[in-house]
Structures are given as C-alpha cells and as structure tokens.
Design a protein around this ligand. Structure first.
Ligand code: GUN
Ligand code: ZN
Length: 435
C-alpha cells in the first residue's frame, strides 16, 4: 500500500451505502483517525486506538470534540448568480429577465468573471461544499475563469458554458454553431483536465433553437464522460411557454429526449411538475433530477415530490441553485428540504440527509468512484464541523444523546458557522477565523 503522509483525528462520520434509520450504511468513529497518502487520497479510516500505534511518525492533526465528514456536494448552482442572490419579488421568468440576464452580461469580461469565481469558490469552501455542478454564462471566458480558479485551489468541479441562441438579450446569445463549437473547444481544454469535468449546458428549452439542441445532442453523443445539465418543469409559465414553442413534442422532457440529451450523466434541475410519462423516461434513461428546495420556495415554483420521483426509480440529488436559491449552505438547504417534505406529510431523517449531501449526491453524479466517502483510494475532500460554533448549537448539542439527534441539529440550526475547516485532498483551503 501507499505510505501514510498525514492523519486527522476527531469524531468521523461517513456512509458506505444508503443508510437505514437504525444506522446500517453509516460508519461513525467517536474517536477516529483518517489517514491520507502523499497525494491526498484515503489509505485508512478506523478507531484511533487501532491506528495510533502505526502512526507514531505521521503528522496527525487532532480536533477533539469536532466531527469530520466528507465534503458536501452541490448538484446545481450558478456561479454568475452570486451577483443576484436575494433579489426581490419575482417568479422564474421575470426573475430571469429583470435580474439574471442583466447580471450575466458582466461575465463577458474575463477579469470580472475571475473575481466572482474566486469569491464563489471561497463561499463554497466556507460552507463545506467541495464539489459542485456549475452553470457559467454564455461566454466561454467565464468557463475558463471558473475552471482556472478551481484548478488553482484543487477542487473537483463540473461546469459548462451556457448554450442560449434565442429569447435572451443579444449580449447573452451565441448561435447554434458558435455555441456548440465553443463547447467542443472547452471540452478539449478542460474535461478530465486534473479534477475538472465538463458539462454541456443548454440553459433550458425556451432559449435554444431546434438547431442548437440538435447540435448539442450530437456533441454529447460524441463526448464520452461529458455531463449535461439543464432546467426542467420548474414553473407553470415556463411549462406553457415550452408547449407553445415545441407543439410537436409530447411534453417538456420530450424536447430534451428528442434531441438526445437524456442519460446517466444528465442532470435536470427542479422537475417539480412532471407527468408519469416524463418520470418513466427519466428512469428508463438513468437521468436524474436536482432538487433545489430554497430556490423552489423563493421563486414560488412549487413543492418537489421526492416520494413520487423515487417511486419511479429516478435519482434525485440535492442542490442550492444559487442565485434563485437563497443560501450557499447545503445545511441550510437540508433545513428547507425537511420543510418541503413536511408540507407533504413526510420527513427527512438526518442519516438520509447527510448521506444525500455526500455519497448520495456522488452516486447520482456518477462520481462515487472518486469522492463521497472515506473508502480507501478515494480523494480526501472533507470538512471539520464544530458543534460549539454558536451558543444555541452548543447548548442544544449538550442535551443530545444520539448521533441522529446531533445530526438533526446540524441540519436544522447549522450554516456556514458550523464549518470550522475545509480540506481538498488533505490540503486545508478554509479555516474559520476565530479558531
Ligand atoms: N431556468 C432557466 N434558467 C434558469 C436559472 O438561471 N435559474 C432557475 N432557477 N431556473 C432557470
Ligand atoms: Zn438553476
């Protein structure tokens, strides 16, 4: 095996499969040690008393009273919309026209895009998110700026250039040919370049012509391993517009299906108002939905039906969707997801919730061979959580007797303050100021 280069000692939690409420599928070491090799991959995880004798020569960071967990994964987020988070008063289509489209025009400037990319990645790291599936803007330079920033800090990111050749301001449109050519160039430059992965990104059906969708489907078919992301069935006005624009298609999903955009690495954001037939096609093709609770509530889009989605065996990841989403924190996102489910007579068990943010999202994004837990050989992206980070959390934490209760506090009261430190492949990229 590989040589131990460094180790981290704390309470350690991860998941090896979808957990039960009894705790199968979950590993928890009250006093655990995570051992990494020189390249930041996991070589061991066990109780401290088991590993300590073999680690006398190995630099070990000790975090007593803290909890180490794999870094969170966010399956849908827009980095340029850092500029419009918390914009007042509109539902989807007016929100796009009044806030988003004006802001995205600034990303034609590489330096501007680069500054926002740095701020955005800082914010993700502060919130404990180490991997995300990211929209850039229509400008290829926004993608170069984003991947360059991600590469510098060593994060595993999936991102792509927006394809949009109609129904948007001129300054934000490409053409069917130029958009797909630029995407192909970006795939050559960035896909599987270090930790970066490319994602073909038609914004949503209304902003692409049939030719752009046709060429996108062809590029996707000829680009093995490349992802596809778009939006689906988020808002009733949007759905009516798609029906009017594509009268020959049997439903919203059929537009994407017709152009060959479905598949196991295709992620559809929202999927709130879907027919049985659409869910069945998502299932048959291995496509997945990104559930974005803070966004769905903020834009008044509706309540995502997780139970029905799962009854069709369709994968559902969980995502912030900043800037329609109102928080970069996946803890805050779990808090809102819990309420969305409560409104439908369901709840969200904390074991399932933290599985979702880690191995669950990794599986849905087909990244579970690389990240999501501390299995030997995986890339060690992880966070250190501090239950003493706020007076209220500290007070309530003291009263909890079970792990489930403690984790439920984290997802209900927790936010960026809970994250004491964030590591990418064993390298610290964030530390809370007052620790
Ligand atoms: N549909 C098309 N574009 C967008 C976007 O930027 N955000 C959301 N939430 N929905 C969209
Ligand atoms: Zn979105």
């Amino acid at each position: 095996g590989s040589l131990a280069a460094q180790a981290f000692r704390a309470s350690i939690l991860d998941f090896t499969s979808a957990p039960t409420v009894e705790g199968s599928g979950l590993r928890f070491y009250e006093d655990g040690i995570l051992v990494l090799d020189q390249s930041g991959n996991v070589i061991a995880l066990d109780h401290a008393e088991v590993l300590l004798p073999s680690l006398s020569q190995v630099k070990t960071a000790h975090f007593p009273g803290k909890v180490i967990m794999p870094g969170f994964i966010d399956s849908h987020i827009h980095f340029p919309q850092t500029d419009v988070i918390a914009s007042y008063g509109e539902q989807l289509l007016d929100w796009l026209n009044n806030y988003t489209f004006p802001a995205e025009q600034r990303f034609a400037d590489y330096d501007y895009a680069s500054n926002v990319a740095e701020f955005f990645l800082d914010e993700l790291m502060r919130c404990g998110t180490t991997t995300a599936m990211v929209y850039c803007t229509v400008h290829p330079q926004s993608v170069d700026a984003f991947f360059s920033a991600s590469e510098r800090r060593g994060s595993r990111m999936i991102a792509g250039k927006v394809l949009m050749d109609r129904h948007a301001p001129d300054a934000l449109t490409d053409t069917a040919e130029s958009g797909v050519q630029e995407s192909a160039d970006l795939i050559d430059r960035w896909h599987s370049n270090g930790r970066q992965l490319y994602c073909l990104t038609p914004r949503f059906a209304p902003t692409s012509t049939e030719l752009q969708l046709t060429l996108s489907g062809e590029l996707l078919a000829s680009s093995p391993g490349v992802y596809m992301q778009t939006h689906l069935s988020e808002n009733h006005g949007e759905i009516a517009w798609v029906k009017a624009l594509f009268p020959e298609r049997k439903h919203y999903l059929d537009v994407y299906d017709h152009y060959g955009l479905l598949g196991p690495t295709s992620v559809f954001a929202h999927g709130i108002h879907l027919s049985d037939d659409e869910l069945q096609r998502l299932s048959d093709t291995g496509s997945s939905i990104a559930f974005c609770p803070t966004s769905n509530l903020f834009l008044g889009s509706g309540l995502f039906d997780l139970e029905r989605t799962r009854s069709f065996n369709v994968g559902a990841s969980i995502a912030t969707d900043v800037g329609a989403g109102t928080s970069f924190s996946q803890l805050h996102t779990l808090n809102e997801a819990y309420k969305v489910l409560q409104l439908q007579g369901l709840s969200l068990h904390p074991f399932e919730a933290f599985y979702w943010l880690t191995l669950g999202n990794a599986k849905t994004l087909r990244l579970d061979d690389k990240i999501g837990n501390f299995e030997t050989g995986k890339e060690a992206d992880f966070i250190v959580m501090n239950p003493q980070s706020t007076p209220l959390m500290a007070y309530r934490y003291e009263q909890c007797s079970s792990l489930a209760e403690k984790l439920f506090l984290f997802m209900t009261l927790g936010d960026d303050r809970l994250i004491q430190a964030t590591y990418l492949q064993g390298r610290q990229v964030y530390q809370a100021a007052d620790v």
